[in-house]
Structures are given as C-alpha cells and as structure tokens.
Design a protein around this ligand. Structure first.
Ligand code: DGJ
Length: 332
C-alpha cells in the first residue's frame, strides 16, 4: 500500500475509534490550547478551580489582562500582568463553557487595596458552605515582590457571584502563596498553601463558616520547595500534586499520599509519565477535577504559561487515572 493511502487509512481508523468512544464529557484539552466560551471569546481563567454544584460545573480563574512586564530588581523571573479579578464560566459537559461574568471585580487606582489591578490575585478556589448557605472563595493576594503573601476571602449568595471581598490574612501569621482549598466529606474545609518563603507547605483547618483559618495546622513537604498544590480524595486516601518552584517555567510535578489530610504525607514521585513528563508536558498543574457521577474519573487541569505575554497563557487538561493508589497522567 502506498504511504499516502496508509496514512489516510490510519486517520480514518483513529477517527472512527474516537467517534465510537461516546464520551459526553470533555476530558482532554491538548497542550497550549486556548479554550473558547460559548460566545466565541477566549476563556480567561488561569490558575483555575472548579466547583460542582447542583449539576453544573463552575470554573473560576485569574483574569490576566494587558501588557506583561518584568519587575526590576528581583532575582527570579517576576513577570507580572495587571490583575483583572476573578472570572466565572459554567458548563454541564466540561466542553461548552458559558461566560458568567466577573465573579470578583478588581479595583483601579487604589494601590493599598488588595484587589487593585496592580496586585497579584491568583489561584481562586470556591466551595459551598451548607450551614451559612454561602459560596466561599479563597485566593492568593500579593504585591509585586510576592512578600505580602496573604490569603484573601470573598463570599457570595450565588455560585457565579458577585463575590464580596472580606479581606486577607496570614494564617497563624505564616506566609500564604500558591494555594488550594479542599472540602472534605464531613463538611470540614482546609487551606493548603506554600508557606515559609515557598520552602514548606501548610495544611490549615478552616473555621466552620470557612471564612477564617484556625490554629490547627500542619507543616508538610518540609523544605521541599513546592508550589501550586492541588488535592483530591479517592477511596479514603488524600492525594496532593504539587509543582516545583521555577517561576513561570515548567518543572516536574510530584505527588504525596495521606490517610489523614493533616498527615503524615508520604511522597511518591512524578504522576506524569512518558515524553516531557519531566516538565509536566510544558504546563503547571492547577487543579484536579473529580468528574461528577463518574467515581474514579479525574481531570488534571494545567496552565501553559506564556511568561512574556501572560494574557496569552493557555491550558492543558488530561485524564488522570488512579490504580491501587498510583496516579498516572499521560499526554496522548
Ligand atoms: C508560580 C506560581 O505557581 C504562579 O501562580 C505564579 O505565582 C508564578 N509562580 C509567579 O512567578
């Protein structure tokens, strides 16, 4: 068979195989993909988090708008872009995303305000509090040199917002940078964040209304210099995936497992497998999304940073499998 016909045949077989998989849920977004919302506009939701509520997925992310610049006098690649607040998109199939507006608005020309466009507003995560009936958003709030290092909190009566900013805090007087939020099956919620100058992570129990850190916290992955935490629970075990610290440049992910969210956490290795797994397929993990009504099905959601033009940063979503406690993420 001629080479051309062989390639055509292979493409047809691949297309038919894909068509037959009958997957109503979109669980793959290839490297560097710019996602578009149902209006045809690029999705601007970086460092994302997803909350599933009453049959709908709500995607929250950093709005990166405008010209990227390099903060002078830093000894690391401190590229910055104006903080445009937090966006919200909703979907029922993880494929078609409807823009729901700016969930948390930034403020302009008020440099002392945490939400000023000159600040850092990163990695928003939202959970619902059954008792207060409030949606609670936590995020990393910072200044250009990343030494302000605080957790900001905002609340809303509806999932898409608008969220009212309640202020920021250093939990137990400790730094908070890259962070995630986790609501457990018993209704308790935890903040997980890079602390101590990114050297060590903390897991901190939140108050019952999820608005304040408690004094119950543990230090984990001590002196391992990890950031970008994302956590999920499967069959009673907790899994925490983190990235290394290399600014906006990709590096290898690592994961740890625990029977109790407060530890001890056991380090496991890189969940990514195959070519380019050493740089997380040129992305940085941001969130692991449990697919609703599909026990054991997860999506690893990463950011593909464009460090010199952060507004143009893109996305990578890959299926994450877990077998006998071993996590694997492959690039197809
Ligand atoms: C890596 C973090 O994961 C990002 O959220 C961002 O803070 C950059 N560092 C800044 O360089």
């Amino acid at each position: 068979m001629k080479l051309f016909s062989l390639i055509t045949l292979l493409i047809v077989i691949k297309t038919l195989a894909f068509a037959n998989t009958n997957r109503p849920i979109a669980d793959t977004v290839e490297h560097g993909t710019v996602l578009f919302d149902t209006d045809g506009n690029p999705i601007n939701a970086h460092g994302p988090g997803v909350m599933y509520h009453k049959g709908v997925y709500y995607l929250f992310g950093e709005i990166k708008n405008g010209k990227t610049w390099l903060v002078p006098g830093q000894n690391w690649e401190d590229y910055r872009v104006p903080a445009g607040g937090i966006s919200c998109y909703s979907s029922t199939d993880l494929k078609n995303w409807k823009y729901r507006g700016i969930a948390l608005k930034p403020v302009v020309n008020d440099p002392d305000n945490d939400l000023d466009t000159g600040r850092v507003i990163e990695r928003p995560k939202v959970i619902y509090n059954q008792h207060t009936k409030k949606f609670v958003m936590w995020m990393h709030i910072d200044k250009n040199d990343y030494n302000y290092s605080r957790g900001g909190v905002a609340t809303s009566d509806s999932p898409e917002g608008p969220y009212q900013y309640q202020g920021s805090i250093k939990p137990n007087d400790q730094m908070l940078r890259d962070m995630t939020l986790f609501k457990d099956e018993d209704g308790k919620a935890y903040l997980i964040y890079s602390s101590e100058d990114n050297n060590t992570m903390h897991v901190c129990l939140l108050s019952n209304d999820y608005l304040k850190p408690t004094t119950t916290y543990v230090r984990i992955l001590e002196n391992k210099k990890r950031e970008s935490p994302t956590i999920f629970k499967n069959k009673g075990k907790y899994y925490l995936i983190t990235s290394g610290c290399s600014g906006w440049s990709p590096n290898a992910a690592l994961y740890a497992v625990a029977d109790n969210i407060m530890g001890p956490w056991e380090e496991q290795g890189n969940p990514c497998k195959g070519p380019d797994s050493g740089v997380t397929f040129f992305s940085q993990g941001a969130f692991v999304l449990p697919v609703a009504d599909r026990p054991g099905k997860y999506i690893f959601m990463g950011d593909v940073w464009n460090k010199t033009d952060l507004e143009k940063s893109a996305y990578l979503w890959l299926p994450l499998s877990i077998n006998d406690g071993i996590i694997e993420v492959y690039y197809p």
